[in-house]
Design a protein. Sequence first.
Length: 212
Amino acid sequence: MAGVEIKGDEAMIQALADFSKRNASHVKGILNLTIPLSESPMWILGQYLSQLGLSTESRRPMEDRQRVRYYRLNTSDVEFIQKVLDYRQKQREEKERKRQESLELQAAHKARMQSQYGINAPSTPPINEDGDNNRGGMDTEAGFSNSWWDKVKYYARLAIERVENGVDAVKELLSTLTSDERCGVMLEFEDASPDKFAQLVTDAPQWTEWMA
């Protein structure tokens, strides 16, 4: 209907109305719309359009000495809905981009762990719809990002702080994480605080066993 005027007696509109009345119970169950048998095809079409945030505007010119009503989609509604659709598409593309970046970071961590320490980091578990692949672990502060990389950095900060409390404190923290998170945390730990990492390695030369 974009940019097109209709009168409401078109075959497509009539077919839509007939179908809706025959399947009124299903329309009610799925869309929670009540379709009275007495309503006009244009009224029924208007109910469906409202579900999409759309409405119609009309004009009534004289034709053969009679007023004829023409309907078209409200242009401001169409523009707004198009912006919403464009925004949602960008959000999906951004989510996919972040998912790919997360996979690449995890692959890089796995290769680095194998190269530097001879540790075979486990395969990454399936990523959830929201981009989160954590199957357990500690609860984090409110507003904390669900991305794998942000979690790794968060836990690495906690590990750095716990070094002062002893090796067991760090080991206890790591035990609450998944295997891939533990590997990522230790690599981030080494990058963020080389001195404390060296202290941990000195105090716990068997730390690579914690990665299993």
